[in-house]
Design a protein around this ligand. Structure first.
Ligand SMILES: C[S@@+](CC[C@H](N)C(=O)[O-])C[C@H]1O[C@@H](n2cnc3c(N)ncnc32)[C@H](O)[C@@H]1O
Length: 427
């Protein structure tokens, strides 16, 4: 890995220009860049200026983020996002000249793309909670020729009221909730694009604001560093068997972990669903369907260092989708079929009513296979907390601190094709 030198940095460098063209062509080929303005912005910005710690090849790798800061445990707390995620989010945001945009999370690079897209009559405000990140973004934006981007040091939980309202808000850190400021600082008809975590699953959703609530327009799958500050959310972890097995619940779940203390001491019940999935097919809709359908949905995580095989998963997998119901626990697994391209979903369950919970879970898998497999995925709406139940659409309601998120499943045939695109090569 070589550092970018004065000689090969900047939009004028032949090598950088060549790699930029290659990256843009790749993103067009994948369907991540679909519009002329996003293509033009990504062809224009000298991305390498924003990641001076890596060489040009890494700066223009379409699929990898460049981590720019880690915490004491080595976890990434800041990065310049992968070009693919940036392109997809810019497309989801549907930006135009003259718009006022708030970016939550500053790396400099994405703000430069935003500045290109809104042009000289628009405005870009980028907010970050981390002083180092803010200083770096300001310095590199000036160097790259974007001194008009306003980089603000603040916790984005409160937005940036002094420059509001915004036509677009792009959130580039993983969000668990939609705080009131993001509603109030967005114009009516404005769009919020955010990686929103619901039931432990993160989906990058483009949501339009109308009549006081947000409705999804498109969904993509990308991972981001988690939100810090007031909006940080850890969820809940139940540890079983001295920490060998963890059950992660992302939202409020009022079960009783004591009921599961000895759950693995009983016999295991297996139910095979007959529902299959391609080995390379995306798990996105089946994950979200189970998260919607199962009231006690959780993620079952195995600590590799302590694993005794009591939770048995194929290959090297150490986590599975699961559900808790009273003193019963079920998790989803797969097995090979006669067709080498397909695996079959099944359920392993423990507890006094293991068979009932396993059958119920298997039936949800069959429903997914029959009705939603390859379909448009769920529609997500976000209402402010306190919205009455009868004002919410039909669907699974997930209550957050500041908002009520509803996940509904339109039947594929009733939805215009392409309105919801769920595709990501790595998940
Ligand atoms: C993935 S990075 C941003 C990438 C950037 N948009 C780019 O150019 O690719 C996410 C950033 O969000 C910031 N962040 C996390 N929580 C925040 C909060 N509550 N308010 C503002 N920024 C926050 C982190 O400090 C981090 O720098």
């Amino acid at each position: 890995m070589t550092d970018v030198t004065e000689q090969d940095s900047g939009a004028g460098s032949d090598r950088a220009a060549h790699l930029r063209e290659r990256m843009v062509a790749e993103l067009i080929g994948n369907g991540d860049i679909v519009s002329g303005p996003v293509e033009a912005a990504m062809r224009t910005v000298a991305r390498e200026v924003f990641v001076p710690e890596v060489g040009l090849e890494d700066a223009y790798n379409a699929y990898d983020a460049v981590v720019t800061k880690r915490d004491g445990n080595g976890n990434a707390v800041s990065s310049v996002s992968a070009p693919q995620a940036q392109a997809a989010m810019l497309e989801q945001a549907d930006l135009g000249p003259g718009m006022r945009v708030l970016e939550v999370g500053s790396g400099g690079c994405n703000a430069a793309y935003l500045a290109e897209l809104v042009g000289p009559t628009g405005a870009v405000v980028s907010v970050d909670i981390d002083e180092d990140v803010v200083e770096r973004a300001r310095r590199l934006l000036a160097k790259a020729g974007y001194p008009r981007v306003d980089v603000v040091l603040a916790d984005a939980e409160l937005g940036v009221p002094e420059h509001a309202p915004y036509d677009r808000i792009l959130v580039t850190a993983g969000a668990w909730d939609v705080p009131p400021a993001w509603f109030s600082q967005l114009v009516e008809g404005g769009v919020l694009v955010a990686p929103l975590r619901v039931r432990g699953l993160t989906r990058t959703v483009s949501l339009a604001l109308a009549d006081g609530h947000l409705s999804s327009r498109s969904t993509r799958l990308f991972g981001f560093v988690p939100m810090r500050g007031t909006g940080a959310h850890d969820g809940m972890l139940w540890e079983l068997r001295d920490g060998e097995i963890g059950l992660r619940f992302d939202d409020v779940f009022d079960g009783d972990p004591a009921l599961l203390k000895d759950v693995f001491d009983g016999e295991r019940t297996d139910v095979w669903s007959g529902a299959t999935i391609g080995r390379t097919e995306l798990l996105a809709t089946v994950q979200m369907w189970l998260a919607t359908a199962l009231p006690g949905f959780c993620t079952v995580v195995v600590d590799k260092a302590r694993a005794t095989g009591v939770v048995s998963l194929p290959g090297n997998r150490t986590s599975a989708l699961g559900a808790v119901d009273g003193a019963n626990l079920a998790y989803v697994t797969t097995r090979a079929t006669d067709d080498e391209d397909l695996v079959e979903f099944g359920v392993h369950a423990y507890g006094p009513q293991a068979l009932r919970l396993a059958e119920e879970t298997a039936e949800h898998l069959r429903t997914w296979s029959r009705v939603h497999r390859g379909g448009p995925g769920p529609r997500i709406t976000v209402h402010p907390a306190g919205t009455a139940d009868d004002e919410l659409p039909d669907g699974r309601v997930v209550d957050k601190t500041h908002s009520r998120v509803t996940i509904s499943w339109p039947i594929a045939a009733n939805v215009a094709p392409g309105r919801e695109a769920l595709h990501h090569p790595t998940e």
